[in-house]
Design a protein around this ligand. Structure first.
Ligand code: GCU
Length: 685
């Protein structure tokens, strides 16, 4: 493993002798004997052992009785006298399935971690390790944690040939040469990283399910899939597979995949039975159907509810679920057609089906209506189907946010989405209350996100992109955590705890999204990227394509008119005040102006600048601030491991160069279109 491989689980030796002294008494692990056989508890003990040994320089003893206090005692309420005795009566009733309590018991001098399930113990252990590795005091702990969101999932977009769709950190850690890898250690380390941040579900293959991946649900591949599931199980993570809707046709020998056809239903029932025979606690299927040329129920004149329910029926006897993606739009649009609006598509397709999906179906909705741009409004479909389970989908992998060559800490973006008030049930109907299931009382709910890891030594290509993976998990666990708090935890665990070092990296991360936004597509308009790979500027790269992502810049103005009054009417998908805010030029926020309105370059923003001057200023400033990042990082040269320092320095240098390319392409394009000069007379080509 190279620099950065341990990510935030490096458990660096505690530099201060004082602090080591304080922690050392706890270098003993106490667990009831009968619990030791549980695979999750074994994983928890192994992790705690590793962490304590690395941080304190001595391996802890594992004891099964409390003779040698103090210690760290782990156990499940009701089956451990030590745990029951350490907490006040009634405590266990406040701890939910995956939750835990941690308390420093002054009587015995033990840190006691209690839970109602083994996975709660695992999460409690990771919490304690986080406290120790960030240098927290542990003499008065009194913690109760329950995850806010039930489903906390990552989606791998890995293909069985080892490639990763939108992957920017090397090849897959799961597959090579059309086989599931036999190097399960790396998968185990990934499971540790995920569990430590609170993730409890994973789909291990791309939502675009190609030829060989279609067979992952067959007896040929299932034994290998089961081995991967075994690893994740030990870390409380359920395994899911993406499935091909046309499987009955492509591998089942049938002539149709019509969801209402009895033979098709039987085929899926048998498939589910094979899967559960191999993996009894299998999570379920993730489905991209009738989306970007993938097969689906539309071929047979059926709707998405009919399509999803058929799979849901097959999984139901085993407690499995169907996660059905809502990324459905016309990807063969004629650019001349100004009426069709891709932003409307998910809502138009799915909203009318509210109440028609089975109980074990969840709709997975991207955070924005287009596609993970640096700035988009919140998808109006989120929360708009009160009788339907929904999870929100984020993109940790930085497809449109710098592809892990640019630094872009995404937690602040996700928090803006989560804090958005949809007004769907009146004031306070925030996205976070919809996706945690509380607003509509859904049976299933939570978070999903596209992972950003590959087999690069540091997992994420850009070392600082590790913060996005970590931050996603922490936010899914508790969306009330602040972006700063999450970043700070990650920095302390990854780089150390000296205040000025932590502060410098924290500020860099916190500035990064704004900087990236400033030098890329302006004012929410999105998609000025090179076609296909989506890296780097190409202002008209998608302007005359079939993908429905246009900015309509001409000599007078720019932006997409999505108003009810004169445009596509997309604004009507928002509730109450949100409709009014977006519909009117007077109230539409500057940063989304061009998403909702087509305006002249001379239109004056709330900031007091004209649109064109804003474009110039933002791009000059953005590129300048990107260049400053390299200087800011250079100041940290002697403050960390050389390898860590160098890899980030190299990426930041590349970003600074590339930001200039963005700046000049965008500024030049608009200057040539409108002929309006920069007020400050800076160089535009
Ligand atoms: C984006 C991305 C695709 C991906 C798709 C999806 O369009 O570019 O690679 O398949 O999203 O979410 O399904």
């Amino acid at each position: 493993p190279g620099d950065g491989y341990q990510a935030w689980l490096g458990y660096r030796r505690i530099p201060s002798a004082d602090l080591r002294e304080q922690y050392l008494p706890y270098n003993r692990i106490m667990i009831e004997e009968h619990a030791e056989r549980d695979v999750i508890i074994q994983a928890a003990i192994a992790e705690l052992t590793r962490g304590l040994e690395r941080m304190l320089g001595q391996a802890p003893a594992v004891l099964s009785s409390r003779e040698q206090s103090p210690c760290v005692a782990l156990g499940i309420f009701g089956s451990s006298a030590v745990i029951d005795g350490a907490f006040q009566e009634g405590t266990s009733s406040r701890v939910r399935e995956e939750g835990y309590v941690i308390r420093t018991d002054n009587l015995t001098g033990c840190i006691v971690i209690g839970a109602v399930s083994s996975v709660g113990i695992l999460y409690g252990v990771f919490h304690l390790l986080r406290l120790l590795s960030t240098g927290a005091a542990v003499d008065g702990l009194d913690i109760l944690e329950n995850p806010v969101n039930p489903l906390r999932m990552v989606n791998q977009w890995d293909n069985i040939d080892g490639s990763i769709e939108r992957g920017y950190a090397g090849k897959s850690i799961f597959y090579a040469d059309n086989k599931i890898t036999s190097d399960l250690e790396r998968i185990r380390d990934y499971a540790r990283l995920l569990a430590s941040s609170g993730i409890n579900a994973i789909s291990i293959n791309n939502v675009n399910v190609h030829k060989y991946e279609t067979m992952l649900i067959t007896p040929e591949y299932l034994p290998d899939v089961a081995r991967v599931a075994d690893i994740f199980r030990a870390y409380g993570i359920k395994l899911f597979l993406s499935v091909n809707y046309a499987s009955p046709l492509e591998i089942g020998g049938l002539t149709t995949a019509d969801p209402l056809e009895p033979a098709v239903r039987d085929w899926w029932r048998n498939a589910a039975s094979d899967v559960y025979a191999a993996i009894p606690d299998f999570g379920g299927f993730l489905v991209k159907a009738d989306s970007e040329n993938r097969p689906g129920p539309f071929t047979y004149g059926r709707n998405h509810a009919e399509g999803a329910n058929m799979l849901a029926e097959a999984l139901e006897p085993y407690g499995g679920i169907v996660i059905w993606r809502c990324f459905v739009y016309n990807c063969k649009q004629d650019w001349r057609d100004r009426k069709t609006d891709r932003a409307r598509a998910a809502y138009d397709h799915f909203m009318p089906l509210d109440g028609q999906f089975k109980e074990n179906v969840i709709l997975q909705v991207k955070n924005g209506p287009i596609d993970f741009q640096v700035r988009e409004p919140v998808s109006p479909l989120i929360g708009a189907m009160p009788a339907t389970n929904q999870v929100i989908e984020f993109q940790i992998t930085q497809e449109y946010t710098g592809q892990q060559r640019h630094v872009c800490y995404l937690v602040p973006q996700w928090k803006e989405v989560l804090d958005f008030d949809t007004h769907i049930k009146g004031e306070g109907s925030t996205v976070k209350r919809i996706v945690d299931g509380s607003l509509h009382g859904n049976r299933y709910s939570g978070f999903a996100a596209v992972s950003n890891i590959g087999n690069d030594a540091n997992w994420t290509g850009h070392l600082l992109a590790q913060a996005n993976l970590y931050g996603y998990g922490r936010l899914a666990w508790n969306p009330e955590l602040s972006s700063e708090q999450i970043a700070e935890e990650w920095i302390r665990m990854s780089f150390g705890r000296e205040a000025d070092l932590v502060d410098a990296i924290l500020r860099l991360l916190m500035d990064s999204w704004g900087i990236y936004e400033a030098y890329t597509a302006p004012l929410g308009v999105g998609f000025m990227v090179s076609p296909n790979h989506h890296y780097g500027p190409d202002v008209e790269g998608y302007e005359y394509s079939m993908w429905g992502t246009y900015h309509f810049a001409d000599w007078q103005g720019v932006g997409v008119d999505r108003t009810q009054a004169t445009g596509t009417g997309y604004t009507t998908q928002y509730t109450g005040a949100n409709f009014d805010i977006y519909e009117s030029l007077d109230t539409c926020p500057d940063n989304l102006l061009l998403f909702f309105h087509h305006v002249p370059y001379t239109h004056v923003l709330h900031s007091g600048k004209t649109v064109i001057q804003h474009i110039y200023d933002a791009h000059f400033e953005g590129a300048e601030r990107a260049a400053e990042l390299t200087d800011r990082w250079a100041k940290l040269a002697d403050r960390m491991d050389e390898g860590l320092y160098q890899q980030v320095a190299a990426r930041l240098a590349e970003q600074a160069e590339h930001a200039k390319e963005w700046r000049d392409r965008i500024n030049t394009y608009f200057y040539r279109r409108c002929g309006i000069a920069d007020e400050q007379g800076r160089e535009i080509y």
